[in-house]
Write a protein that binds this ligand. Sequence first.
Ligand SMILES: Cc1cc2nc3c(=O)[nH]c(=O)nc-3n(C[C@H](O)[C@H](O)[C@H](O)COP(=O)(O)OP(=O)(O)OC[C@H]3O[C@@H](n4cnc5c(N)ncnc54)[C@H](O)[C@@H]3O)c2cc1C
Length: 291
Amino acid sequence: MYPASFEYFAPSTLEEAISLLNEHGDEAKVMAGGQSLIPVMKLRFAAPSVIVDLNRIPGLDHLVERDGELVIGALVRHAACERSPLLRGRYRLLGDAAALVSDPLVRNRGTVCGSLAHCDPQGDWGAVMLAARASVVAQGPAGSRSIAIDDLLEGPFATTLAADEIITEARVPDPGERASGTYLKLERKVGDYATAAVAVQVSLDNGHVGEVGIGLTGVGPTNLRAGEAESALRGAEPTDEAIRSAAASAAEAAQPQEDHRGTVAYKRNLVRVLCERGLRTAVAAARAGEE
Ligand SMILES: Cc1cc2nc3c(=O)[nH]c(=O)nc-3n(C[C@H](O)[C@H](O)[C@H](O)COP(=O)(O)OP(=O)(O)OC[C@H]3O[C@@H](n4cnc5c(N)ncnc54)[C@H](O)[C@@H]3O)c2cc1C
């Protein structure tokens, strides 16, 4: 199906883009990679009368470490994350996830920030950013504000962004040398959304768990944080038993629904298995950094 007709703007500055959004309110939509927006417009699930394309705005494609954070600009594509040498080692969680987002066509165009703004419960980046304790910078007519990822993701396809705010960056705190993470995802075939997926980030401090983050994909109304599992592990020795028990707690935190990808029990068990594997992998890699 063709999308409903719309007016197209390709501003060359962020200020101009925000002013267009401010002028047109709920009628307008930002476009970054277009990999979610265009399909929903073609299916007529959305019919914005104004599209504000960010792609001609310079200076939004930075993927750099700055002031103790990894900074991901609004036009950084999934593919750039997949290829970046920065997203190995202690930021491996992000590199692992990038390679599992859809297929190369989508990864070449789709953006990390667009994915966070789209807030699909099946989207991979929300869980990753929860585990990494990331934040986003949102810029609107009144200036910019930082939003912790837990405060951004509101529900299925809903965030706390105002209609005239643009995510200019996602910021991931440096987890330190003795840290690692990973993203494990089960998909029915390459390119599919997750049946379920788990993002894990762990740092070690004298052989004990320092900070830990666990984010879940595809098993709730939005990406979920497994908070009780995190609390149980923080400060503990990462023994087999502690990891098994945290993974069981993460499975309890999941809120899956039965669909063509699996039953509730199957998805919950999948979260447990992926979480256990992810924690073991992250702890082993963090230990290698500790030596
Ligand atoms: C076939 C297919 C398979 C896919 N599989 C997966 C998958 O396995 N895992 C996964 O995570 N994703 C998947 N996706 C979605 C893909 O990752 C998208 O790239 C992503 O969800 C949206 O990023 P985008 O840059 O394309 O955003 P767009 O499509 O341009 O925009 C999406 C929404 O976000 C808003 N938006 C975009 N950028 C900003 C910004 N900077 N500030 C404020 N609002 C903004 C738009 O207004 C729109 O509402 C798939 C998509 C397709 C077409």
